[in-house]
Design a protein around this ligand. Sequence first.
Ligand SMILES: Cc1cc2nc3c(=O)[nH]c(=O)nc-3n(C[C@H](O)[C@H](O)[C@H](O)COP(=O)(O)OP(=O)(O)OC[C@H]3O[C@@H](n4cnc5c(N)ncnc54)[C@H](O)[C@@H]3O)c2cc1C
Length: 398
Amino acid sequence: MTRPDFDVLIGGGGMVGAALAALLASRTGPGQLRIALVEPRPTLMPLPQEPLDVRVSAVSRAGQRLLAEVGAWPLLSSRSPAAYEQMIVWDAQDPPDGPNALVFDAAEIGEPDLGHIVENQAIAASLIERAIALGVTLLRTPVVGLQLERDRAVVDLGERRVSTALVVAADGAESPMRHLAGLRGDPTPYPQTAIVTHLRPEKPHGAAARQRFLPGGPLALLPLADGRVSLVWSLPPAQANALMALNDDAFSSAVTAASDAVLGQLDVVAQRGSFPLRHFNAAHYAATRFVLVGDAAHAVHPLAGQGVNQGFLDVLALADEIVAERARRGDIGDPGPLGRYARARQADNAVFGAALDAIYRVYTDERAWIRGARRRLLGLAQRLGPVKQHLVSRALLG
Ligand SMILES: Cc1cc2nc3c(=O)[nH]c(=O)nc-3n(C[C@H](O)[C@H](O)[C@H](O)COP(=O)(O)OP(=O)(O)OC[C@H]3O[C@@H](n4cnc5c(N)ncnc54)[C@H](O)[C@@H]3O)c2cc1C
């Protein structure tokens, strides 16, 4: 058998695919693993003077450790990651400072913060920069075809075909590669759209991430380093469309009212973006010489800000299997290590996704008895120390 062109080919250089490329290269050392990262879109680090993009993520401390391990975290300083030290979650029927609000505080568990709000584009660009520096080959083209064979995979990149021992699909929730590999599990749409933008609040945000559960869906205000807050407002598509059509003044008034003026008047200071929301967890994460990671494998509602953090956990688990198999001089496309990765991550993402889906359903159900019960739910969690501790460490670990 002739040697394939690459050991690992990762399709999709978003935050998750780029993290896997950089981590594998950094853990195996120069030239030990021939890695290709295939990404058709330009992924340049935004210039320091460019305004912060409206797509940002709450990156957990586990995610930050991964970014630091591969040397990407220092590159992000020009885009000012904002630490958040508190999370305050409350139901629209209650005030944010009342006994029924749930407050997570980093100080309570002796940590400096609960995570950072970071620009998605900067995360992907910093990881790609590090991956290239660590010897990864970046191919600027889409994957358009796959042939998965017993002893190798052949990947069609349009203008040429390359062979590899293992293909990793990190090409997002619609994942053309998942379809090409014949793995089922299409995303189910939520009847919700998320509106994102940046707002200037009248009152200081105090390094707290806030989320108010409204009947139509949650409204989150995430602190940014320059005193602004990033909005993620999930609501039924018709309402989202109506809000998107408002002028800035009317939108600012609407979001101020919906936030219960928790930070006083909120003024919109960036363009608005809207994203349809969906959820799914692929039934199988692996096929012959093929695995799924990140949103290509699972997608969740953004209400807990954990989608990419779950993807980073996939990256850590898959890298462990690949590096161990390589150390044993085994075949990294072997069903053994791929199956171990797939079972462990599929199960973890299933539990996590089901929990988020349950929260989504409870908080958008307007039946009187559920409205009554959920009022007490957050306050109860606040008063039950061990439950809260568990939730905080889950948020910290990712
Ligand atoms: C409103 C909103 C708010 C969110 N907030 C948070 C948050 O606070 N914290 C958090 O953890 N998560 C959050 N998420 C989830 C997070 O954005 C996703 O989990 C994350 O972007 C997934 O990253 P990924 O790299 O797996 O996929 P993607 O970001 O979708 O990247 C996929 C990449 O694959 C490339 N690609 C596509 N097709 C091909 C092809 N054929 N060949 C090669 N490449 C291809 C694309 O160009 C793209 O670069 C949020 C999501 C939404 C919608």
